[in-house]
Write a protein that binds this ligand. Structure first.
Ligand code: CMP
Length: 140
């Protein structure tokens, strides 16, 4: 077991419904620690850069429009196996396939408006954390 960091984003569908605290409680109750957090309105350029790996997907344009439609809460979560653990807490990308008790099962509106993003690998976590935070902003 190793202590890891992962990037999490609480998406506009969740901030709009005032679910930031409810979602953060899921992380904290599962043993993850929020070691950096900021609420921002992303620019189109920022989210296009963040989701660059999805640029060729049919849903890319709509996804970027959704992600700039309201505030997001961007955070770094710390804990044992934080990357896998966070993906378990979030549930499947499509809420229709998410397990009971997961964030997406309980809160997501659709496959696009799925309430949270979480890094899917150690490599992605390193890139995604550095995209939004400097080292001095992460306080464990
Ligand atoms: P996320 O984990 O942030 O990674 C990419 C995002 O694209 C995903 O969550 C969804 O919000 C969105 N997404 C994935 N598949 C689809 C799809 N088929 N249609 C619309 N949006 C999608």
């Amino acid at each position: 077991m190793t202590k890891e960091l992962t990037l999490s984003i609480i998406k506009p569908d969740a901030t709009r419904r005032n679910l930031t605290g409810a979602i953060n409680a899921r992380f904290e109750q599962s043993g993850l620690r929020i070691v950096a957090q900021k609420r921002v309105l992303l620019t189109r350029a920022e989210i296009e850069g963040f989701y660059a790996a999805h640029a060729e997907r049919s849903f890319f344009d709509e996804l970027c429009t959704f992600m700039t439609s309201g505030p997001v809460v961007i955070q770094v979560l710390e804990g044992e196996d934080a990357i896998v653990k966070n993906r378990e807490i979030m549930g499947a990308t499509n809420p229709a396939n998410a397990n009971p008790g997961t964030i997406r099962k309980d809160f997501a509106e659709s496959i696009e408006a799925n309430s949270v993003h979480g890094s899917d690998s150690p490599e992605a976590a390193a890139v995604e954390i550095a995209y939004f935070f400097s080292k001095t902003e992460i306080v464990g």
